[in-house]
Design a protein around this ligand. Structure first.
Ligand code: KG4
Ligand code: ZN
Length: 362
């Protein structure tokens, strides 16, 4: 058999929200993934302030790209293409990454590949670390390894979606949130408790010390026949409960711990409830993936693993494999996931056409 060619090397950029990121990716192997976080800058506003994000991206983008190239041990002559997040995201923030990617592509005469940020979170679970041996994993090898079809659960500050994945590039969205994303709900409830921004990681930490059943949060949308989600009811329950408690005096440490545990439990219970409906109706799924900022949550990962085990025991079907990104850096916004998607696009652009003897221009 002829020796396989090494996978193309991609320089990827993501400036979709409040992190400036650049990465070097080969196949699904992450050679470098630099993230210049703006969290400290936005803390004072309790959320991301778009014009501040834009200015910080402008200040950090050049050094971030340089660091990614250096850490990834590549020269421009090694790079096949530049990939950049096209959207969704904050328009002023996206603009900085796109303009810089265009400038680099022109200067070094490289093709530019626009990438969907959600597809980045989705395929982030397939990324691999760069071993000491410097061996890289190709997209073809990865595609052979996965048990398709897959259900991807994307949970971030901007999105909460169930997506059926037949292979990279072939997707069917089964359900999504009708109002806030799960991360956004965690952040907003965290703000009511004065936990700062972003509140998701703090809620996870505090929840370890609290009782998840202390506050009887409702389970939303149980009678809807679809796979959609809604967090407005949980937010209203939180606001009313916090106001009632505060009327009785300042919240105690124990009350805050209990409230965090109950919030986390109820936000994830809603996702798990819809997931079990999907699993009952799509019994040929080989794997379930979780990606996005909230996928960094260890309690959520364990709850997902447990519910897959329960499901396969109940139906007698073979166990469904669970995958999450290999590092938490791949859960938050980052450019490595954008590079991984770009690698899959190069693969399909080369491989997915047949001869067309009567090819016309239309
Ligand atoms: O993917 P991401 O970095 O940005 C978006 O594209 O939205 O996700 C950020 C969200 C925030 O809402 C943050 O509170 C949440 O992810 N988050 C977490 C954890 N780490 C980050 N939520 C729960 N547990 C965590 N450990
Ligand atoms: Zn994101």
């Amino acid at each position: 058999m002829p020796k396989a060619l090494p996978s193309p090397i991609i320089l990827a950029i993501d400036t979709s929200c409040d992190d400036t990121s650049a990465a070097v990716v080969q196949g699904v192997t992450v050679r470098s993934n630099i993230i210049a976080s703006q969290t400290q800058l936005h803390k004072q506003y309790g959320g991301v302030f778009p014009t501040v994000a834009k200015q910080a991206h402008k200040e950090h983008i050049a050094a971030t790209v340089e660091a990614a190239l250096r850490r990834g041990q590549v020269e421009w002559s090694d790079i096949t293409a530049v990939a950049v997040t096209q959207g969704p995201g904050l328009a002023p923030a996206l603009e900085v990454g796109i303009n810089y990617a265009k400038q680099l592509a022109e200067q070094y005469v490289k093709p530019i590949i626009p990438i969907n940020h959600i597809e980045g979170h989705l395929l982030s679970v397939l990324a691999e670390s760069w071993p000491r041996s410097k061996k890289t994993t190709s997209w073809n090898a990865k595609i052979d390894e996965v048990r398709w079809p897959v259900l991807a659960v994307i949970i971030s500050g901007g999105h909460t979606e169930f997506i059926l994945v037949f292979k990279p590039g072939q997707y069917q969205r089964l359900g999504w949130t009708l109002d806030d994303a799960a991360g956004e709900a965690l952040d907003k409830i965290g703000r009511m408790l004065g936990l700062g921004y972003p509140a998701g990681p703090v809620i996870e930490e505090f929840a370890r010390h609290g009782n998840p059943l202390a506050f009887p949060f409702p389970l939303p949308m149980t009678s809807s026949g679809d796979y959609n989600l809604s967090y407005s009811g949980l937010k209203t329950f939180s606001r009313n409960t916090v106001e009632t408690l505060e009327a009785q005096g300042a919240l105690t440490k124990e009350q805050i711990y209990d409230f965090c545990a109950s919030t986390q439990y109820s936000i994830f219970r809603h996702i798990l409830h819809k997931l079990s409906k999907i699993l009952s109706n799509y019994q040929d799924l080989g794997e379930v993936w979780v990606g996005g900022g909230v996928a960094a949550n260890s309690y959520l990962r364990q709850a997902l693993r447990d519910s897959l085990r329960v499901q396969s025991r109940a139906t007698g079907s073979p166990p469904i494999q669970f995958r999450a990104p290999y590092t938490k850096r791949l859960c938050m916004d980052n450019a490595a996931m954008i590079g991984v998607v770009a690698g899959s696009k190069l693969l399909t652009s080369n491989a997915s056409f047949e001869r067309a003897p009567r090819l016309a221009i239309n």
